[in-house]
Design a protein around this ligand. Structure first.
Ligand SMILES: Cc1cc2nc3c(=O)[nH]c(=O)nc-3n(C[C@H](O)[C@H](O)[C@H](O)COP(=O)(O)OP(=O)(O)OC[C@H]3O[C@@H](n4cnc5c(N)ncnc54)[C@H](O)[C@@H]3O)c2cc1C
Length: 599
């Protein structure tokens, strides 16, 4: 059955992870007509893969008194003071961000955290519990208290199911397996999107008063990544092509514990519950890099430490590119209760049982701190002066609000997606109810995207006709080798020239499958084009930033340089490639001035 060629809603949300579904649920609850499109079934969104937890300073759990901050945990007695505060959560997040996070946004996130976890609980979310029935909490890297609320190691799964049900209850219409091709922004006003119904292959104009991007992260530009196949950064590439800037794209987080050779995640909860990292000599090498925090230092630091061990010849595995994760001392019972999914993944992908064997791991591309710049209400901005792109919103991992700055702390992302997804939902509902109108669409966006597909299906000019998969593989190689954990001028220049060459070669890409129905060959080509688009921005931004901060580490500029680089990078598209400008960081100079970051 074919669709109408134009579909209209008050609000269209692209993406059905936590950010998009929260926004849709709230706007629906406010009586606004909402459609959500997702290229995978909504419940297959990457939010559902999150394992470790969601941060909130509930203060339900503390170390047993007189055992020191790393001692065994117990529930806080009912008559005792809570063990945590939003102020402490705020400081940990600012320090984790290497002072690049916007402090006004961080304050909102950590304050709302407490309320949002209880809201999840009241909606029926099955959290793990303390013995007296409160939401249980565990330790996580860079957090100075046990702050991660969790459901064993299935946290994202239970949060996403909870909020998805609520969205259905509020009448939200889901378009499952629809792919956004383009966003229509004319004279700084967003008027809708162009989408492909993957099942029928039809290209449809979707008009709306407000459009929100919640398209998640883009780890798929690297060879080893924890990210789902769908995390190809379509949203950031589409926004950039439409003239929206991208912010802080040089900051990409590598998670310390991906399955060796695959990248699939073994949650940081492994270390939160007390796991060790060992090199080939059996040393707990974190002693050398972060003696105060050991394995629970923030991710940027732990990944760099692992990579240093590997580069200096103390790695494990056939090619010595791995590190051991040791959970054996946690014991069978704790592993089965708290880390059942981790055990299953290690069994399936490495063939080891973490109850009595070491698991080989390696750093894996995990999280994108940068993205589409937006205010704390999800309003997308067009420049460093915060000029709004009217009717366009963004939240979650594709957005940069910016609460994570140069490095995100674990469990702050499910939180970011929930808090700012919800706020964007309220903002869009207010925008629509305040009298926003459907805007006439002048451009030939549908024809332009039809032409894009027709070209990919046409006969190749003589001597051309490459496959997109070859180009994607070469891109992933150069991003891993030259724009990974350690970077320098020469490597980044190499990456840039590789990407530009691959962009040219992409013009010759043709697909084999010429049918319209469920054409995954076509989707692969479109996604590869998006990978090439934003990877160029990552590399140009990384080349410009001649300092090391958070996850962006330049061996040729190993120090943080606040005098020149305490600012956000904004990249605009131009015919000659990304053009950079810079935006001030929001800092409370009296309360949280920049300090040296030590753990
Ligand atoms: C393995 C793993 C474990 C993690 N564990 C944790 C954790 O324990 N705690 C924590 O805080 N964070 C964790 N994170 C990070 C966190 O899960 C994500 O940052 C967060 O869930 C992102 O939510 P989102 O709503 O922005 O996007 P996602 O959940 O990634 O959803 C993106 C949505 O966009 C849709 N989409 C994308 N492109 C298109 C397109 N072109 N057309 C239509 N739809 C499109 C997708 O179909 C999907 O519905 C983890 C991440 C990974 C990969």
């Amino acid at each position: 059955m074919s669709n109408p060629s134009v579909i209209t809603h008050d609000v269209i949300v692209v993406g059905a992870g936590l950010a998009g579904t929260w926004a849709a649920m709230i706007a629906g609850e406010q009586g606004v007509d909402v459609g959500v499109i997702s290229k995978v079934h909504p419940l297959r969104s990457h939010s559902g893969a999150a394992q470790g937890g969601i941060a909130a300073a509930l203060g339900n759990v503390r170390p047993v008194p007189n055992t020191g901050p790393d001692g065994p945990l117990e529930q806080v007695p009912p008559d005792a003071e809570p063990y945590d505060s939003w102020e402490l959560h705020m400081f940990d997040t600012i320090k984790g961000s290497d002072w690049l996070g916007d402090q006004d946004a961080i304050e909102i996130m950590v304050k709302d955290a407490i309320e949002i976890v209880y809201e999840y609980e009241h909606m029926g979310c099955v959290f793990s519990r303390t013995p007296d029935g409160r939401v249980a909490q565990r330790r996580f890297g860079g957090h100075s208290t046990p702050r991660a609320c969790y459901s064993a190691d299935w946290t994202g799964h239970v949060l996403l199911h909870t909020i998805h049900e609520q969205a259905l209850k509020h009448g939200v219409r889901f378009y499952s397996e629809w792919y956004a091709l383009d966003v229509i922004v004319e004279d700084n006003v967003c008027k809708g999107i162009v989408a492909l119904d993957i099942l029928t292959g039809q290209v449809v104009l979707m008009r709306a008063k407000a459009v929100m991007f919640a398209t998640g992260g883009y780890g798929r530009a690297w060879k080893i990544t924890s990210n789902a196949l769908a995390n190809t950064g379509d949203g950031v590439a589409i926004a950039y092509n439409a003239g929206v800037p991208l912010m802080d794209m040089e900051f990409v987080q590598f998670h310390p514990t991906g399955v060796y050779g695959h990248g699939i995640l073994l949650s940081e909860a492994c270390r939160g519950e007390g796991g060790y990292l060992l090199n080939s000599k059996g040393e707990r090498f974190m002693e050398r890099y972060a003696p105060g925090k050991m394995e629970l230092a923030p991710r940027d630091l732990v990944s760099r430490s692992e990579q240093t061990e590997i580069d200096e010849g103390r790695g494990v595995g056939p090619d010595k590119q791995g590190i051991w994760l040791d959970l054996r001392h946690l014991g069978r019972e704790k592993i089965l209760e708290r880390l059942p999914q981790v055990r299953e993944i290690a069994l399936n992908f490495s063939g080891v049982d973490v109850i009595d064997e070491l698991a080989p791991i390696q750093p894996t591309a995990h999280y994108s701190m940068g993205g589409i710049p937006a205010t704390v209400d999800g309003q997308v901005i067009a420049d460093a002066q915060s000029t709004p792109v009217v009717g366009l919103y963004a939240a979650g991992e594709c957005a940069c609000i910016s609460v994570h700055g140069a490095n995100r702390l674990g469990t702050n992302s499910l939180l970011d997606a929930s808090v700012f997804g919800r706020r964007a939902g309220y903002a869009m509902a207010a925008f629509v109810k305040g009298g926003a109108r459907l805007q006439p669409v002048e451009s030939d966006a549908v024809a332009r995207n039809e032409a894009r597909i027709t070209r990919l299906m046409s006969d190749a000019p003589a001597g051309k006709g490459e496959s997109w998969s070859q180009i994607a593989a070469e891109l992933k190689s150069t991003m891993t080798d030259n724009a990974g954990i350690f970077r320098d001028d020469a490597r980044l220049r190499q990456a840039l020239s590789d990407i530009r060459r691959l962009q040219e070669r992409f013009q010759g890409v043709r697909i084999m499958d010429h049918s319209r129905r469920f054409n995954t060959d076509l989707l692969g080509a479109l996604e590869t084009e998006h990978l090439l688009t934003f990877s160029e921005v990552v590399v140009v931004s990384a080349l410009a930033r001649t300092e090391s901060r958070g996850a962006h580490y330049r061996t040729d500029y190993a120090k943080r340089d606040d005098e020149h680089w305490l600012k956000h990078t904004m990249a605009h598209k131009s015919p000659d490639g990304p053009v950079l400008s810079f935006k001030d960081v929001n800092i409370n100079w009296e309360k949280y001035p920049p300090q040296e970051r030590k753990y």
